[in-house]
Design a protein. Structure first.
Length: 446
């Protein structure tokens, strides 16, 4: 509560100083949730009832040149224990703060967020992250921050400064694949306007990574890149880049380095109903040279959009791996439909190539002016392409009915099912839950 008052006071002072109106909302939610296997254990310990009181606070203040936004919430939980008893807990605040400013010669934006929750719920936030597919006890704390500043945007020579901070901290987990890590990146780019149709860039970026895995893995990477983009009259844009990467990794006290050239060539064609693109990118740093050939199509539809891509990924001496992704959105007369299919490959601290395949479908329909339904399906699977590490799968299905009881009171009831599987276990864990939430929102402004 002290944090909320401090943020509100700072926001009010900012709004008065900048002569900008501020609007916000206070929300109070009371929820009841009955789940058959809340922790997604291999063997369910029994059905539990969880009661929660959530307090939310948000505001926005905006002028013609700048905007400040804040969103935050915190909850008090009471959960029954199978066999008798009740546990009570207070969840630490979750918050997001964004600021942006546009000036005559440049702009700046800052984005920060803080999230704390049980490990299993992180899947709903990021279903494409391999770590989010792992179920375990304990909690996850995520902190992110990023900034971008463009200087002399309209001049022949301008600069872009970027920085980011990402930290994950686990508490009370047992799986060694869940470990703390922190990634920090700083970069500067010189933007050169060579002509009306040709732009060049020179960029330098420094990345630092530290983890608490079993090998105390950490690395420092330096990336230097030169880029050139040329726009043709026919609507074709050609982009080429050539760079150098120096990455030094320390694990179990031993240091290795991957040094070499990186480069790429990409072509984009603008069409009346979207665009089509293709490109080739190569990374020669280290012993395993990596190449990626990709094609894509962005299509504007009468009531939506479709973006699809196909890529071939291979390392020297290894097989070709084909990945595909597609994102489809459609606006309906009484709702909306979104479909997202995604595949990606990342290399973990054990030097294993992990492929994550995910599918997400969301459907919203308004029944009338005060009520509607929401349906959501999410499926994800991760696997080690080398066949050594374990594979993990997660699935989530939910259906909810919401109704505005009054201008300030909303009711939501629904059903959800969570599933978790792993090659380490012959059992698929599942939990069914019914939930009811009553929310009151209070608008305010200065």
């Amino acid at each position: 509560m002290i944090t909320t008052v401090a943020v509100l006071a700072a926001a009010s002072a900012f709004a008065q100083t900048q002569n900008s109106p501020m609007t916000g909302q206070l929300t109070f939610s009371t929820s009841a949730d009955v789940a058959t296997n809340r922790g997604l254990a291999a063997v369910s310990p029994g059905t539990t009832l969880q009661l929660s009181e959530k307090f939310g606070f948000s505001f926005i203040t905006e002028t013609s040149t700048q905007k400040l936004q804040f969103f935050g919430n915190a909850s008090v939980l009471a959960t029954t224990v199978p066999g008798g008893g009740t546990t009570r807990s207070f969840t630490r605040p979750t918050a997001t703060l964004r600021y942006s400013r546009i000036g005559a010669t440049g702009d700046v934006s800052v984005d920060t967020s803080y999230w704390v929750g049980d490990v299993n719920s992180s899947y709903l936030l990021d279903p494409t992250n391999p770590a989010s597919l792992i179920t375990d006890s304990g909690t996850l704390e995520r902190t992110t921050a990023s900034f971008t500043s463009n200087i002399r945007s309209n001049a022949p020579l301008g600069f872009t400064l970027t920085g980011s901070y990402n930290a994950r901290n686990y508490n009370g987990t047992t799986n060694p694949a869940l470990f703390d890590d922190t990634t920090t990146t700083l970069g500067v780019t010189a933007n050169l306007r060579l002509s009306a149709s040709t732009q060049g860039t020179v960029s330098v970026a420094r990345t630092n990574y530290v983890s608490s895995d079993a090998f105390s893995t950490q690395y420092q990477a330096l990336d230097l890149n030169f880029g050139l983009t040329h726009d043709l009259v026919s609507g074709i844009s050609i982009s080429a880049n050539l760079g150098y990467q120096d990455k030094r990794t320390t694990a179990s006290g031993a240091t290795s380095k991957a040094v070499g050239a990186v480069g790429g060539l990409n072509i984009t064609k603008t069409l009346p109903n979207g665009s089509v693109y293709g490109g080739m990118n190569v990374n020669l740093a280290g012993g395993a040279h990596k190449s990626v050939l990709s094609f894509g199509r962005a299509l504007d539809l009468p009531n939506g959009t479709l973006n699809a891509s196909l890529s071939a990924d291979w390392k020297s001496g290894g097989p070709v791996r084909v990945l595909g992704s597609a994102a489809y959105t459609r606006q309906l007369s009484d709702g909306a439909l979104t479909l997202d299919i995604n595949q990606s490959i990342s290399t973990n601290n054990l030097n294993q190539d992990i492929r994550v395949s995910s599918l997400k479908v969301d459907y919203r329909k308004a029944l009338n002016s005060v009520s509607g339904v929401n349906l959501s399906v999410s499926l994800s699977r991760s696997e080690d392409l080398g066949g050594v590490g374990p594979s993990y799968g997660r699935a989530s299905i939910s259906a909810a009915y919401s109704r505005a009881l009054t201008p300030n009171w909303d009711l939501s009831v629904g059903y959800s099912r969570q599933q978790s599987s792993s090659s380490l276990s012959a059992t698929t864990a599942a939990s069914d839950s019914l939930f009811l939430t009553l929310t009151r929102g209070i608008q305010f402004g200065f």
